[in-house]
Design a protein around this ligand. Structure first.
Ligand SMILES: [Zn+2]
Length: 451
């Protein structure tokens, strides 16, 4: 009886499959699995402690503060580069930020970037970031001790550990990954904005961007512990969408499928396949209420497929606080308040989605949904030229938060007719690589489909 339940659950899917389909597709990509398995708690812990040991990493703290931390991070990336036989390329990206809100005078700022160049499609870029600057109660206080262990040494540790796991794996990834430790977040997202603009100026195709910010604490201020989830925030809009593209989305009713949200859904699906006993909680807003994060400059600079990862239960006694004890309560962002086993799980979620997208074939393009008078749905797309095992067509009801059903098609089929009404369902098409890596889903546009 127990085994009947999963069978019943898959019955609607099986019934829905067109007769000649259902090719074999690996459910797990071996390289992704290996990268996820390499994520190590003690190394995450060492990075958080290493960063928290600087007296402050305030953006304006100069030589003994933020600049010393940047040099230390460069050294940590260099160790990985050496161990990997030079696969990682490290650069310090330095510029003069003009005076502005929270920057009283022009200041020299530095991002530390490590690039793992792609092999087959290096022009496709995935960015994973954390911010290494820190702060205390007064955002302009560049002198007081500001360990910034959770905000955001935890995010930077994730970036370094995923870089290590990927660079040291034997696999060559088709797409390029940029591992970024950015500065100036607390002063106004300056480091991330500079990075996004510099990628835009180089015409890079950033297919996905993840910022990890406050990802290491599992116990909320109310004492509740939750070490089995991470929140993924995604915008329901693309600020750079042209009026014509917005009009098409409105006409097609695909306004719930913004690029950020489509990416967030893929993070959830990927985490469920590779990180056992740990889940992704999707939050359908760009960021925490009224707050900012390093994914937003990407959205604003033409890279709308950008999301934020943050722990579910925050403890504000350990964020943006002067180090002090009040009524027996320790305030301040100290490394002792980071749950390193939890941080490891968040790093595994990142490792899974970044390695999967870096391994995946190009996403299908020119996906069209025919607007004919029929209860069925016809989808067509341009055949993906990369070697693939086939396609997955994802469907869900218009009110469902995540994809509900998957229909598999062989590589020879760049077209399908599904027994679901296009009035009541939403659709997307992924390409699946020979070894099982899924591309990001492409949302169809209304328009003339091939016959
Ligand atoms: Zn932060």
């Amino acid at each position: 009886m127990r085994s009947l339940i999963p069978l019943l659950a898959t019955l609607p899917l099986l019934l829905a499959l067109p007769a000649k389909t259902a090719p074999d597709m690996p459910s797990h990509e071996p390289a992704v699995k290996t990268v996820v398995g390499r994520i190590d708690k003690s190394r995450l812990e060492a990075i958080v402690h290493g960063l928290a040991a600087f007296p402050t990493r305030h953006t304006l703290s100069g030589a003994n503060g933020v600049d010393a931390a940047a040099t230390w991070l460069e050294g940590e990336f260099d160790k990985i580069a050496t161990e990997s036989g030079g696969r990682l390329q490290i650069v310090k990206q330095t510029w003069t930020e003009p005076a502005g809100n929270r920057i009283p005078a022009p200041a020299e700022l530095t991002n530390v970037l490590a690039t793992l160049p792609g092999t087959a499609s290096p022009e496709r870029v995935i960015v994973i970031s954390g911010h290494y600057d820190s702060r205390v109660t007064d955002v302009l206080d560049a002198k007081s001790v500001a360990p910034g262990a959770n905000d955001d040494a935890s995010g930077v540790a994730v970036v370094l550990e995923v870089a290590r796991a990927m660079a040291l794996s034997k696999v060559r990834f088709p797409a390029t990954v940029i591992f970024a430790a950015v500065t100036g977040e607390e002063q106004g997202l300056y480091g991330s904005a500079y990075l996004a603009k510099s990628l835009k100026a180089q015409n890079k195709n950033v297919i996905a961007m993840f910022t990890n910010d406050i990802v290491g604490n599992s116990r909320g201020e109310d004492g509740k512990k939750d070490d089995r989830r991470v929140r993924v925030f995604s915008a329901g809009f693309d600020p750079g969408a042209e009026p014509a593209s917005l009009a098409r989305q409105r006409a097609a009713g695909t306004d719930a499928d913004s690029p950020a949200r489509t990416l967030a859904r893929s993070v959830k699906i990927t985490a469920s396949r590779y990180v056992e006993g740990f889940g992704v909680e999707l939050v359908y807003r760009n960021d925490r209420y009224g707050r900012g994060g390093d994914h937003t400059p990407f959205l604003q600079n033409g890279y709308p497929s950008a999301v934020r990862l943050t722990e579910p239960n925050e403890d504000w006694r350990h964020q943006h606080q002067d180090l002090r004890t009040e009524n027996g309560v320790q305030y301040g962002d100290l490394p002792e308040f980071v749950d390193y086993a939890y941080l490891r799980r968040v790093a595994q979620v990142n490792a899974a989605i970044v390695a999967e997208l870096a391994t995946a074939p190009t996403a299908p393009v020119n996906v069209r949904l025919r607007g004919d008078l029929s209860a069925k749905t016809t989808l067509t797309w341009d055949a993906v030229t990369d070697p693939i095992a086939g396609y997955e067509v994802l469907t869900r009801r218009t009110t469902a938060p995540v994809w509900e059903k998957t229909v598999r098609l062989p590589a020879t089929e760049a077209r399908t007719v599904l027994p679901y009404s296009k009035d009541d369902y939403l659709f997307a098409v992924c390409a699946v690589g020979k070894t099982g890596a899924r591309s990001l889903p492409t949302i169809p546009l209304a328009g003339p489909a091939r016959p």
